[in-house]
Structures are given as structure tokens and as C-alpha cells.
Design a protein around this ligand. Sequence first.
Ligand code: ADP
Ligand code: MG
Length: 238
Amino acid sequence: MAILTVEGLHVHYGPVEAVRGVSLSIEDGEIVALLGANGAGKSSTLNAIVGLVPTHQGQIGFKGDSLVGLATEQLVRLGITLTPEGRRVFGSLTVEENLLLGSMPLRKSADRRKQNLERMFDLFPILVERRQQIAGTLSGGQQQMLAIARSLMSSPKLLLLDEPSLGLAPQIVDTIFDQIVALRDSGITILLVEQNVAMSLEVADRGYVMAAGSIVTSGTAKDLGSSHLIEQAYLGHQ
Ligand SMILES: Nc1ncnc2c1ncn2[C@@H]1O[C@H](COP(=O)(O)OP(=O)(O)O)[C@@H](O)[C@H]1O
Ligand SMILES: [Mg+2]
């Protein structure tokens, strides 16, 4: 069953047509990679799905219900969260405070939020010893884990990850990708935007490649891995 369907999505910023008729779908339990060069329109697509930028035209459905026009907070309650590009944690708050903010839209009891918090510390042990540390003083990799953990605090069914490995050391990148697989194995469906094509196709079931606002090719991760269309999509638009 498709958990997310996007049909004919257009996103405009004034005269800039950043997304031009993107259609994609994600089945329950999949990792789907959304690939493409800088400026292809990947972030705009994710941001439109969660209502952070307006949908100019098109349909976005989550388990059959339309998402267009819903507020981000409503989407979080439905079970969709975005970990935005650039790991935007609240730099002046502690690790624990950042995490607790992630579950705010659910209006859960303090007990439930504490339970979720403990789950995140199990998933990301690096955060345990740092729970009272000011988030802005964490390393880049630790901040990315915090950003992902904060998104998970609302117990999403669908997690949108925008460039989780960007700017991180190779060893940390490996850890992040391992965690992405572990999240999928725990039942979370994932739409993964990445620059790291090879690693994305290793963990993804399927992928879509964007260039200049449109999907230029799509297929199983295996087929895409051996496709020259990916190279073209990157080289053609640098
Ligand atoms: N807030 C904005 N205002 C104007 N143009 C934007 C804005 N955000 C993105 N763009 C433009 O939209 C296009 C797609 O950007 P983006 O979705 O960020 O691509 P990607 O995530 O694939 O790098 C680019 O040409 C970019 O310059
Ligand atoms: Mg982007």
C-alpha cells in the first residue's frame, strides 16, 4: 500500500519554478531515495510535502488523505516528520530540551514523552552522556543525530530526511546510514534526500532522480546503480 503519493507537484518561489510536475509514491516500509544535483528541487519537494512551502499545483496524499494546506503541526500528528537540511537544532537549548520539543505537537503526557526520550537514548547512545549539554556545542555528527532523534520523538510513520550525511566525516556517515536502515527495520518508512548516491542506493529499495525541477529517471536501487542516467542528471546541471 502506498503511504505517500505525490502527483504533479509544482513549487514556485516568485518567478522561480523550483519543482515542475513531480510525481512519486512510497510504499509502506520502504526506503526511497530522492537524488539529484544541487538546485534540482529536492528540498522544495520535501518542504512542500510537509507544508513548509506552498504547493502551487498538484496533489499530496498520505494513506489516501490529502495533505495540501495542512499545517506542519497537523502533519506531525498524522505521523509525518521532516529532518531538515542543515541539522537545525536549537543551539542554546540542551540535548534533552531539544528532544522534548520534538514531541510537543503530540500533546502527550509527561510520562509518554519521557518514555520516548529514553527510546531515543537507546537508539542514539552518544546522546545519553550529553543529555544536559548545550546542543550548539555538539559536533556536526552529534547534532545530526540529535536532529534525527528529535524528529523521531513524535513517533512518525513516515520520516523525510534531507541530506543527513552532508558535511559529516566518513565514519559518522556510516553510522547515520546504519541508523537509517535500523529505523526502516523498526517500521518507519523513509524518503531520503542525499548527495551520497552510492550509499543511498545501497540502503534504498527504490529511487527517483531529479534534475531542474523534474523527475528524470526512477527505478529500483539496483537498476539506478547501474544506470548512466544518474551521471547525466548530475553532470548536466552543475
Ligand atoms: N526560498 C527560495 N526562494 C527562491 N528560490 C529558491 C528558494 N529555495 C530554493 N530556491 C531555488 O529553487 C531551486 C531548487 O532548490 P532546492 O529545492 O533547494 O534544490 P535541492 O534541494 O535539490 O538542492 C533552486 O534553483 C533554488 O535556487
Ligand atoms: Mg536541498
